[in-house]
Ligand binder design. Structure first.
Ligand code: HEC
Ligand code: HEC
Ligand code: HEC
Ligand code: HEC
Ligand code: HEC
Length: 580
């Protein structure tokens, strides 16, 4: 039945034990067979070719290197270092973030190309919509001058100043120019931020020294709205309107991403996104009190007071796309050097392993020939885990060994490509394009059952869909809820879990699941290992993208063949029964 044998030593590790700079091993044992996409594809560079970053400062927006002249680290300046001396310059931390690379992101481009291919009549509309948050400076610049909005992909590739601004992603002069006017109101969501392009740079500090920035045409100004969650909610609250294949709106709509609304319906409601995503301490938890700028020549300005500085980490859970930027640097041409992406992957992994979610084992018992126990998965992320776009998923892998170290049960195993396997070692049917949806489960006794925490969209007819612009609701959303979740919250219709009816222990204190394992003829003691895994691009989603062949999907598929797509280990725990 099982094709692999456990290693003799079971390592006990668990999440949330404080900061550990060394990543846990991503996998210790299990199947390693290369069973899938093995025909190597050579990437034709023209499929994804984009111009390299260039400099624009057009009096409304500036590319980040303009700001980086003073807000980045320099070997001969002491500014922008934490108490341990580590560099924390905003430009340096931002440039390898997903937000900086939102318009160069090959997964984003593949998905945009698929949406366009499925609804060609709305190609211009789709391009404009998708660029408004992923290439926001280009889109907003056109809006300010009353010109036609940039389209996909010409609005990134035509070499214009506007394309250069678009390619700079969610950049300094977008975030720092957002006005407070409509923040917190639904009109600010869906990319409804108000930006005037008047060269103000709002920041959190009182009485900023304006002399040096004035020389470049910019004015730093204090305003507390930059420190609010409502600033982030502008782009991070995404409500899409569903389209028919002919491009007409069909009346359906979907709250595709809602970390802000989720946070507001949690016991962290008064926390801000910045509390966790712009850390106020160094990676070793040291204080950060430092001058926040240095001169373009690389020396310290003598007249600046030291201030608190928040690290522009902007790290979520994406450990896959940074690999693609690192490994296909010459094609994707991000600003940041390849090593900077390794640093981001390390930061994301650290967050995933120490501050994201936990798993526990409860009520381990043997009755007759049945070993029973419960797993308990919970999150501390403030919003759902996983949150954001429904490409992400988490799942439980549970393994049980008997007294002779034989694996007697395993659910949720994966192969080296991150595909979830059944007990025979083949991908689950729900891993493949067009396959069934893995339902939310409350009890597992069969190793072919796997508990996957994910959101799956449905179209207007109620069928599952993997096209963002066909989405009219959810078939399944059993993502783990944050503490304090109120089923009667004012916005509950926008964020309600789906497909969990009857699962009474799916609550605002996490999800419990009952396991029953047949131990007939198997000697004690029994060792149980439960692991919570996370994947930024679920295999099912990838397969659904590849089902539509475009230049972008061909390139992405080729890139993923050489990427490490194994899931991240969020937390793992072992327990036993019948030992001494
Ligand atoms: C209102 C702002 C907004 C708009 C409009 C928008 N996005 Fe996004 N998109 C985001 C945010 C924020 C994220 C990050 C979410 C996360 O990490 O979970 C994101 C992430 C993505 C990702 C995941 C990328 C990755 O690296 O995994 C894809 C794919 C994507 N968007 C596609 C689209 C498409 C296609 C459109 C147009 C139909 C679009 N987006 C329009 C805000 C937006
Ligand atoms: C996602 C939006 C966003 C982007 C993009 C962004 N910032 Fe910030 N920035 C912030 C926020 C929020 C704060 C205040 C953080 C806090 O105090 O919680 C901040 C603070 C600052 C500060 C004051 C020092 C501090 O940390 O308090 C400087 C200087 C700064 N940013 C420069 C930049 C530069 C330069 C870039 C581009 C390389 C950039 N920022 C990109 C949101 C952003
Ligand atoms: C020539 C150097 C220089 C350049 C270029 C520069 N800055 Fe500044 N910036 C400064 C100085 C100096 C301060 C004030 C520091 C202080 O008072 O502690 C500052 C302050 C800030 C603040 C904090 C404001 C506050 O009140 O909290 C933000 C935000 C900021 N800059 C953003 C930017 C952005 C965005 C750009 C690019 C358009 C930029 N800066 C370009 C030197 C520069
Ligand atoms: C102008 C639009 C915009 C604003 C404003 C914005 N974001 Fe984002 N953010 C994005 C987009 C687009 C992405 C997805 C990029 C991608 O995956 O291609 C993203 C991704 C992220 C991610 C995911 C990174 C990862 O590793 O998966 C985090 C975390 C994040 N943003 C935090 C913030 C915070 C905190 C704020 C407010 C201070 C903020 N964002 C404001 C557009 C925005
Ligand atoms: C209490 C800490 C905390 C707060 C507050 C918080 N986050 Fe997060 N966030 C996390 C953690 C931990 C992760 C990684 C786990 C995950 O991906 O869900 C994360 C991940 C993300 C991601 C990437 C999700 C994915 O899987 O693609 C986005 C986007 C994001 N956060 C946006 C926000 C926004 C916007 C806010 C404010 C409305 C916010 N977060 C508030 C801790 C926090």
């Amino acid at each position: 039945m099982m094709r692999w044998v456990a290693a003799a030593v079971v390592v006990v590790v668990s999440g949330c034990k404080g900061m550990s700079p060394d990543p846990l091993p991503r996998d210790t044992y299990g199947p390693t067979a290369e069973t899938g996409d093995t025909d190597p594809v050579v990437i034709d560079e023209t499929w994804l070719a984009l111009p390299a970053p260039a400099t624009v400062d057009n009096g409304r927006f500036a590319t980040a290197d303009t700001c980086g002249e003073c807000h980045s680290n320099h070997s001969t300046a002491m500014a922008m270092r934490d108490a341990s001396g580590n560099e924390v310059g905003p430009y340096d931390l931002w440039e390898a973030s997903m937000m900086a690379n939102a318009a160069r992101d090959p997964i984003w481009r593949a998905v945009v190309s698929v949406e366009v291919a499925e609804t060609p009549g709305a190609a211009d509309l789709i391009g404009e919509r998708c660029m408004s948050c992923h290439a926001p400076m280009g889109a907003t610049d056109a809006e300010l001058t009353g010109e036609a909005k940039p389209r996909y992909p010409s609005g990134l590739t035509d070499g214009s100043d506007r394309a250069t601004l678009g390619l700079d992603g969610a950049s300094c002069t977008l975030c720092h120019q957002i006005e407070p006017d409509n923040l917190g109101q639904p009109s600010s969501w869906k990319g409804g931020y108000i930006v005037e392009g008047a060269q103000k740079a709002y920041g959190p500090h009182p009485n900023p020294n304006t002399t040096y920035m004035a020389a470049e045409g910019w004015t730093p100004m204090q305003s507390s709205h930059v420190q609010t969650a409502e600033l982030c909610a502008t782009c991070h609250t995404l409500i899409t309107d569903a389209l028919e294949p002919d491009g007409t709106l069909n009346g359906g709509s979907l709250v595709e991403q809602a970390p802000y609304l989720e946070l507001k319906n949690s016991s962290n409601a008064t926390s801000t996104c910045q509390d966790c995503h712009f850390p106020k301490r160094g990676i070793d938890q040291s204080n950060i009190v430092t001058p926040i700028a240095r001169s373009p020549a690389g020396s310290d300005y003598g007249d600046l007071t030291s201030r608190t500085l928040s690290r522009h980490e902007l790290v979520g859970g994406n450990t896959l796309v940074p690999q693609l930027f690192r490994d296909h640097h010459d094609i994707l041409q991000p600003r940041a050097a390849p090593e900077a992406f390794d640093e981001k992957i390390a930061r994301a992994r650290q967050q995933l392993q120490t501050n994201t979610a936990t798993v526990a084992l409860e009520n381990i018992d043997v009755s007759g020939a049945t070993l029973s126990f419960r797993t308990y998965a919970d999150t501390v992320a403030g919003h759902k885990f996983p949150t954001g776009i429904p490409l992400r998923r988490a799942w439980l892998r549970v393994r049980v060994w008997d007294g002779t170290n034989q694996v007697i049960f395993a659910s949720g195993e994966h192969d080296s490509q991150g595909r979830i396997l059944d007990s025979g070692g083949a991908p689950l049917a729900s891993e493949l394009a067009g396959g069934p949806i893995a339902p939310n489960l409350n009890a597992i006794s069969d190793p072919d059952q796997v508990q996957i925490y994910e959101a799956v969209m449905k179209d207007l007819a109620g069928d599952p869909t993997y096209r963002l612009l066909r989405g009219a609701g959810w078939l399944k959303d059993n993502r783990i809820l944050p503490r304090g979740w109120d089923p009667n919250n004012v916005n509950i219709d926008l964020i309600r879990p789906q497909g969990v009816e009857g699962d009474t222990d799916y609550t605002n204190e996490g999800d419990r699941l009952s396991w029953s394992i047949d131990i007939t003829g198997r000697p004690a003691p029994y060792i149980i290992e439960a692991t919570l895994l996370y994947q930024p691009l679920g295999n099912r989603w990838a397969e659904e993208i590849f089902a539509v062949e475009t230049n972008e999907t061909k390139a992405l598929r080729a890139m993923l063949q050489t990427a490490d797509r194994r899931p991240e280990i969020i937390a793992t725990i072992t327990g036993s029964h019948g030992g001494n």
